[in-house]
Design a protein around this ligand. Structure first.
Ligand SMILES: [Zn+2]
Length: 252
């Protein structure tokens, strides 16, 4: 049994969501945690949760929408945090790759959501791109833990997040030929790794460039097993245990 701890399921990407979810179950990837990042896809996420009882979700506002989030949007988010299938706040964070100009707005939105995580005792799913120092500095201000989604940083950064109690989400990038992530994965303990696809993006090799879905999780797990010279079963068991523990799956 595998858990995809971070993916995006939306009609925008998949014409037949039933087919995708059946494919995941056949590949033994179930449950999955879907992630929302904008007010629009939050609404779609909530309707998917109502339709499919085996789905979990992390809900929150991505830094890319930092300029447009209103107090009402935050209120709407807060109202749905008690939903039994909502297991985390995310993906939230900082992204200086596209623009640094709204850095203050990004930080404000990030902190507003970290405050909600503290208030409701929920873990967070962190998006951080070209913003490692500010992300770490901000997270240290709050008593929360969570997943560093799509982690692809250095071993030094990994160690810093691990010391803060965070888990590292490892996805398709670990299978890419020139990825340095392999060396980092080799050194970080299996009991702090979470599997994720970030689908429909970041398909693992040999499907790189194609549309991704959670059924590809075993490919990522196989690569991690190879790197850590252990069995696929061990990777499946440990990462599943990690996900259940961090997100308190089935306990809400
Ligand atoms: Zn994502």
């Amino acid at each position: 049994m595998f858990i995809d701890t971070h993916c995006h399921i939306s009609k925008e990407y998949y014409s037949d969501i039933d087919f995708i979810l059946e494919g995941n179950i056949k590949a033994d990837v179930n449950p999955i945690i879907i992630s929302s990042s904008t007010p629009q896809d939050l609404k779609e996420t909530l309707s998917l949760l109502a339709t499919y009882s085996n789905l979990y979700a992390s809900i929150g506002y991505h830094p890319e929408v930092a300029d447009s989030i209103t107090d009402d949007d935050l209120k709407f988010l807060e109202e749905h945090l008690k939903n039994k299938q909502v297991v985390a706040i995310g993906e939230i964070g900082l992204d200086y790759y596209y623009t640094k100009q709204n850095r203050d707005k990004q930080k404000k939105l990030f902190e507003q959501q970290l405050q909600l995580a503290e208030k409701y005792h929920l873990p967070v799913v962190i998006h951080s791109r070209d913003a490692t120092n500010d992300t770490i500095e901000t997270l240290k201000k709050y008593k929360v833990i969570g997943s560093i989604h799509c982690f692809s940083g250095s071993l030094e950064t990994a160690k810093e997040y691990l010391a803060m109690g965070y888990y590292l989400g490892i996805g398709g990038v670990v299978t890419f030929k020139n990825s340095k992530l392999k060396e980092t994965v080799k050194e970080i303990p299996l009991n702090r790794i979470l599997l994720e696809t970030d689908s429909p993006y970041l398909s693992p090799e040999p499907f790189r460039g194609q549309q991704n879905s959670s059924k590809n999780i075993p490919i990522i797990a196989t690569k991690i097993a190879q790197i850590k010279q252990t069995s696929l079963e061990e990777v499946a068991t440990k990462t599943t245990t990690n996900a259940i523990k961090l997100f308190s799956l089935g306990k809400k």
